[in-house]
Ligand binder design. Sequence first.
Ligand code: PLP
Length: 227
Amino acid sequence: MVNASNNLNKVLADIKKVCSNAQDVEIIAVTKYADNKDIKDLLQLNLIKHIGESRVQDAITRWNTKELVEYKDKLTKHFIGHLQTNKVGKALEFFDFIDSVDSLKLAQIINKKAGELGKTINALVQVKLTKKDTQGGASLEDTQQLIEQVKKLENINLLGLMAIAPIEENPENLRPAFKKVKHIFDTNFDSLKDNKKYYLSLGMSTDLQVAIEEGSNLPRIGNAIFG
Ligand SMILES: *Cc1c(COP(=O)(O)O)cnc(C)c1O
């Protein structure tokens, strides 16, 4: 068992150190590798509004267990993994956000399925920060066009961007890439204009502070809480 509440407090303190409006930062607790007991301990604190999962069926199974089912409808549930097109329907029935929209083809399938289910799904466009083929995301060059295309889809409520940084021994090295994503974010999403809360989801356990300094308001934290 881990001390999830202690760990969360450390994460919150780290955010406060580098951010003057820390109350605007909302943490996604990434529960994909965590024990249900530890998750329950964390949720009882009432400090976490968002959870993230990267596999559709595993998430549905977990959040329907006796221990966690009471929290299911109170949380905003984010899908943060690679979404296979044949799992879109199931994902839409369970998740509140798809944070990994990385192609027009996937967006169109999500839009169509959401229409069939009579719902609007919140989404983020995922930006790719490495050249590696194994990682999802639209390239920095393609992101602007994808944002414009997804904004036109009527059953998708596009609320920002997500990016997964490559593993870096020194998180400082990620700063230039984060700045590029922030620039695209600022160009396309303006909360003052339409009064919606937009999300820039950068940063995980190892690069949290750099990501927050560069404007992330939705870091995704697994290990630092549950590890
Ligand atoms: C697993 C995962 C995380 C959490 O990473 P930690 O290093 O455990 O904080 C964040 N984002 C995505 C997309 C993930 O798959």
